[in-house]
Write a protein that binds this ligand. Structure first.
Ligand code: ZN
Length: 442
């Protein structure tokens, strides 16, 4: 316990990364092996300060950024186990705060992150377009185009709706360990593009699930993927890519983990989607993401969920500053961005040409619960409202964060870029449709 207390003091006192790594690693690997459970109940949990103190080198009044918590700071006490009780819903606020009456996006936005369900009949498209009209969305990217016959059916039924729905080929790593996979998948992509698909979607399974025969995880900079990224460049199509995952999923399960508090892993034995003991490290995935951008400068990557680095604005800034072929998209990150609205407002203004609107929605989402908070976040200065990811699970869990958010009230010219101008760079064929819809609104 004494050693841990000293280690955590050093952790907070030393801002130097090298120092930080060399101090935190031994205790981290110990807890990864067996989270100090075997040591019995006699040992009290380590005393770890809740509020990190600035190191002595930081002067009074100066600004600093505290380091990420160490794994043992999030670890529950040795004898802790989840009770099986679901997280209660957020209490209704009693504060009487101003609310902007808003139901539709102010401009015909392009929602760059939608999972269309069974878009293989005109009727399915009609229902989707009805929804888009209700929420004020000009067009969407359907990331679930699939491949093969599934893709053909989606593209065929979607021909009459190509002014509202851009269908993407869906990446699959199936067969990646077999010879000739790269050429085969690249050829299928090319066939999809020629049949009308407007981009490629890659899910987080790349990096987190896909494995080599030796059991190691396949990352985005794997040479077998080079022909895939290059095929997108050859046809001047964007790659919408989701790598990594919410940062809390890399930390131990316990009440100090934000994602546990929001409702994940409450049933005893449930560790689904938690990578603390079983997954690759966040750092490996993030490095592969950077390498991929560096290796393929002609390929345009739209990084879903603020590249999953929403937890550290400096990392997102580094990605955008270093790689002109990188853009980011905001879906499933709004609940975190809205926790620091002043900081992110400045960020959005600075990187106004690089950020795209997205929701991660599908046809079954309720417009007011789901899309309206996106509009409220981007368009208004409303404070302390329900975020779009406070999805109710059957047990009442908020899912993505047990807190409320505030709006960033983007200036009009920035809002237009985030809503449609930046997306039109990737999907120029939608320009006529968006301009027509803009004209119709005035
Ligand atoms: Zn998604």
């Amino acid at each position: 316990m004494r050693r841990l207390a000293i280690a955590s003091w050093v952790l907070f006192a030393g801002l130097s990364t090298v120092f930080l790594l060399s101090c935190s690693q031994p205790s981290e690997s110990e807890s990864a092996a067996e989270p100090s459970r075997g040591q019995g109940l006699a040992e009290a949990p380590p005393e770890i300060p809740v509020i990190p103190k600035a190191p002595p080198s930081v002067a009074e009044g100066e600004v600093w950024i505290p380091p990420m918590p160490a794994m043992e700071e999030i670890s529950p006490p040795p004898d802790w186990a989840p009770s099986g009780v679901e997280t209660p819903p957020m209490p209704l606020t009693l504060l009487r705060l101003p609310r902007t009456n808003i139901t539709r996006a102010r401009y015909p936005a392009i929602d760059f992150h939608v999972h269309g369900r069974r878009l293989n009949t005109p009727q399915a498209y009609e229902e989707l377009v009805d929804l888009l009209d209700r929420i004020g969305v000009g067009a969407i990217v359907n990331l679930n185009g699939g491949t093969g016959e599934e893709l053909d059916a989606v593209l065929e039924a979607g021909q009459a709706y190509s002014d509202r729905v851009a269908n993407f080929v869906t990446f699959s790593h199936e067969g990646i360990n077999e010879p000739g996979w790269s050429e085969r998948f690249a050829a299928e992509m090319e066939r999809g593009f020629q049949a009308g698909a407007l981009g490629l979607k890659v899910s987080k399974r790349l990096g987190l699930t896909a494995k080599n025969p030796d059991g190691s995880f396949i990352q985005a900079d794997d040479p077998r993927l080079d022909p895939i990224w290059e095929m997108a460049a050859k046809h001047d199509k964007p790659v919408m890519i989701h790598l990594s995952d919410s940062v809390g999923r890399y930390y131990p399960i316990g009440p100090k983990n934000e994602r546990f508090e929001a409702g994940l892993w409450h049933q005893p034995g449930d560790t689904s989607g938690n990578y603390f003991q079983s997954g690759p490290s966040r750092e490996v995935i993030e490095q592969a993401l950077l390498n991929m951008h560096a290796k393929h400068p002609r390929t345009r990557f739209v990084n879903a969920h603020m590249s999953m680095m929403y937890y550290d604005p400096e990392k997102v800034a580094h990605l955008l500053d270093t790689y002109p072929n990188a853009d980011v998209e905001i879906s499933a990150a709004v609940q975190d961005l809205g926790r620091a609205p002043r900081l992110w407002r400045e960020f959005f203004i600075k990187y106004q040409d690089r950020i795209l609107m997205g929701s991660d929605g599908s046809q079954n989402r309720e417009p007011e619960d789901f899309w309206t908070p996106h509009w409220r976040f981007l368009e208004t200065f409303d404070e302390y409202f329900y975020h779009p990811a406070q999805v109710r699970t059957p047990g009442g869990s908020p899912g993505h964060g047990r807190w409320n958010i505030s709006g960033i009230g983007l200036p009009d010219e920035v809002l237009r870029k985030v809503y449609y101008e930046n997306a039109l760079r990737h999907l120029p064929s939608l320009r006529q449709s968006i301009e027509r819809q803009l004209a119709e609104r005035h």
